[in-house]
Ligand binder design. Structure first.
Ligand code: GDP
Ligand code: IMO
Ligand code: MG
Length: 424
């Protein structure tokens, strides 16, 4: 048994939840370590579709301990809705545990997320407006409110009062909005949430540590993706947490030597929601076809996802920055029917060839993709083993492995749990 990190290696929505679901069959613990309900994780089992935002996707297996770690930001209102939705589908949440150290998304965070986006105008980031950025801002500024504060009314009241006073001033005086939050109302609301959520509260760092020490199979479910990382991604068009492997250590409260494997999830193409440069973006019929066939519409916001060819510059960057040991390559079935497919092997800026993902957004915006063209393939969604795959798919996988410098261990050929080919 071992501990495995499963992270997004592109701009999110790579199909992480599907991989977690497949691997959860053998796992005893599944841990979320960053992000919040900006994440939208879809699992398809037979005819049923499950959408998770904060609850780890392992919840579908009874007996699997599902942990929301300290690095996650929790909107209690959203979490309670999600718990209710899951329970209504007949799934138990008895094994859900919530970190006492996790920060809480407050009503003013959601409001400020929207106001800030409006104020950015043309240069808006395209956030999910779930209050994620403002919540992580307060955490970094050391004025955040945490899950453990819900257990002490006096502490909670003092912190809410202090925050509300400042947020109201910012909203009214800086942003000139006629909006006012009431501290007592918020305290009452959050005490009510606390009553319902209290059975789930725990020091999750102890649970995760003990599970690993006991040799249990532990999965860390990434949210968002490498290019949305606040340090390593396409800043400022990123989220406010660390979706890379390093973020798992901090967000789950473990050290790096406790991780055995790091699986990077990629699509056979690239998508992104929200704004920001995207070198291989397609604005033509092929892009539309990928969006339609791949049903590339956001799980959380319903927004159409921007689609483009597979980008090995990004792939290599994710492998390097997260020490990826293998790649899970999803949605290769979506490209079926295309006569030719392309892989971006490098960028070109003027006459300069660029092989490493640039730090500067302005530089990235000027990058032109350099493509290699490969033969396409037909329907593969019914196949069950690597040997049966068309030669062109095998060649596509081999080129991705060569360019990203790591093996592909799983191939996604459809959204269902059983539409996945293991590659030795
Ligand atoms: P996540 O945020 O990384 O968990 O990914 P999302 O759930 O937001 O988006 C991935 C979408 O692709 C979901 O609708 C999945 O059901 C679907 N999906 C996952 N893997 C595959 C695959 O191999 N083929 C196809 N066609 N769909 C897939
Ligand atoms: P999963 O886990 C794709 C994007 C938003 C926006 C940027 C900042 O489903 O892969 P935020 O609300 O986080 O401040 O928005 O990040 N974004 C995602 N894009 N998948 C996600 O999660 C995302 N979570 C945030 O669209 O561009
Ligand atoms: Mg998603």
């Amino acid at each position: 048994m071992s501990s495995k990190v499963i992270i997004g290696a592109q701009w999110g929505d790579e199909g992480k939840a599907k991989i977690i679901d497949i691997m959860s069959e053998k796992a005893e613990v599944v841990v979320r370590s960053q992000g919040g309900n900006n994440a939208g994780h879809t699992v398809r089992v037979g005819g049923e579709t499950y959408k998770f935002h904060l609850i780890p996707s392992g919840i579908l297996y009874s007996g699997t301990l599902c942990v929301i770690g300290n690095g996650v930001v929790i909107d209690p209102e959203g979490l309670l809705e999600e718990i209710q939705g899951v329970q209504e589908k007949g799934i138990s949440t008895d094994n859900l545990k919530i970190s006492l150290r996790a920060h809480l998304v407050m009503p003013y965070h959601k409001e400020l997320d929207g106001i800030k986006e409006e104020q950015r105008g043309e240069s808006s980031i395209g956030t999910t407006k779930k209050g994620i950025g403002p919540c992580y801002m307060d955490k970094a500024e050391r004025s955040g409110i945490r899950v453990c504060d819900l257990l002490n009314e006096k502490v909670l009241r003092a912190k809410v009062q202090e925050n509300v006073q400042i947020k109201n001033a910012i909203i009214q005086q800086v942003y000139k909005k006629d909006i006012s939050f009431d501290a007592d109302e918020i305290v009452q609301m959050y005490l009510n949430y606390a009553k319902q959520l209290k059975p789930y509260f725990a020091d999750t760092t102890v649970l995760v540590y003990e599970a690993i020490q006991e040799g249990k199979e532990v999965l860390f479910e990434g949210a968002q993706g490498t290019l949305l990382d606040i340090d390593l991604g396409s800043y400022p068009y990123v989220t406010s947490s660390h979706p890379v492997t390093g973020g798992v250590c901090i967000g789950a409260g473990i050290g790096p030597t406790m991780i055995d494997e790091c699986i990077g999830v990629m699509k056979g193409y690239v998508t992104r929601v929200g704004k920001g440069p995207f070198p291989t973006e397609l604005f033509d019929e092929t892009g539309d076809k990928i969006r339609t066939v791949g049903q590339e519409f956001g799980t959380t916001t319903g927004r159409p996802r921007r689609c483009g060819w597979f980008d090995a510059v990004i792939g290599k960057f994710a492998v390097r920055t997260s020490s990826l040991t293998t790649i899970a390559l999803n949605k290769v079935d979506v490209l079926a029917g295309l006569d030719k497919v392309k892989i971006c092997t490098a960028y070109k800026r003027g006459k300069t060839l660029i092989h490493d993902f640039p730090a500067s957004l302005e530089e990235l915006a000027q990058c032109e993709p350099v493509y290699e063209t490969l033969d396409g393939w037909g329907d593969i969604s019914h196949m069950s083993c690597y040997e049966d795959l068309p030669k062109s798919v095998k060649h596509y996988i081999k080129r991705i492995e060569e360019l990203c410098n790591v093996k592909v261990s799983m191939l996604g050929i459809g959204p269902n749990r059983n539409q996945n080919i293991m590659i030795k």
